[in-house]
Design a protein around this ligand. Structure first.
Ligand SMILES: [Zn+2]
Ligand SMILES: [Zn+2]
Length: 156
C-alpha cells in the first residue's frame, strides 16, 4: 500500500512538475530578467552609498562638473519640496473649510444635512446657522430668543 502511495505521489509530482511553468521559456526569461534588475538595483544602491562616503571623505568640490549638477539638483529639489508643502497646506486648508461648511449645514438639533442657504432645518424646523444679536452683535445659538449678552429680544 505504501509503495502504491509513493508511486502514486511520484506520478502526481511528475505530472505537476510538467505543469509547473518553470520550464516555460517565457517564465525562465522573466525570472532571469527579475534577477538581473534586482541585482542592478542592489549595485546602484551600493554605488549611492559609496558616492556619499566619497563625498564625505573628499568633499563635493573635488568632483567637478558632476558636483555642480548635484548642487543644482539639490537646490531644485528644495524648491520642489517647498512647492509640495505649500500645495499640501493649501489642500489641508481647503479640506478644513469644506468641513466647516458641511458642519454649518448640519442641523444642531437633529443632525440632518441641509442644502446651502437653508434657514430652517428641512427635517425638524430648527433655525439654522449661528445668528448675531440685532442689538449688540454677540453670536447667538440657533433659536435664541433673548440675547445672553444684552438681553435684547431677537426677531423670530
Ligand atoms: Zn433638524
Ligand atoms: Zn445682545
Amino acid at each position: 500500500m505504501g509503495n502504491d502511495l509513493f508511486g502514486g505521489l511520484g506520478g502526481l509530482m511528475k505530472g505537476l512538475s510538467n505543469l509547473m511553468p518553470q520550464d516555460d521559456p517565457a517564465v525562465k526569461m522573466m525570472n532571469a530578467h527579475t534577477q538581473v534588475s534586482d541585482l542592478q538595483k542592489q549595485e546602484k544602491d551600493l554605488y549611492v552609498q559609496i558616492g556619499k562616503m566619497a563625498v564625505e571623505k573628499y568633499g563635493l568640490e573635488s568632483f567637478g562638473e558632476i558636483a555642480d549638477k548635484l548642487k543644482l539638483v539639490q537646490s531644485n529639489l528644495a524648491v520642489a519640496q517647498g512647492e509640495l508643502n505649500a500645495q499640501k497646506a493649501e489642500q489641508e486648508a481647503k479640506d478644513k473649510a469644506a468641513e466647516a461648511a458641511a458642519a454649518a449645514l448640519r442641523c444642531p438639533s437633529c443632525g440632518f444635512t441641509n442644502p446651502e442657504g437653508t434657514k430652517f432645518c428641512q427635517e425638524c424646523g430648527t433655525k439654522m446657522g449661528a445668528s448675531h444679536c440685532t442689538s449688540c452683535g454677540a453670536e447667538l445659538a440657533p433659536g435664541t430668543r433673548f440675547c445672553g449678552e444684552c438681553g435684547a429680544r431677537q426677531p423670530e
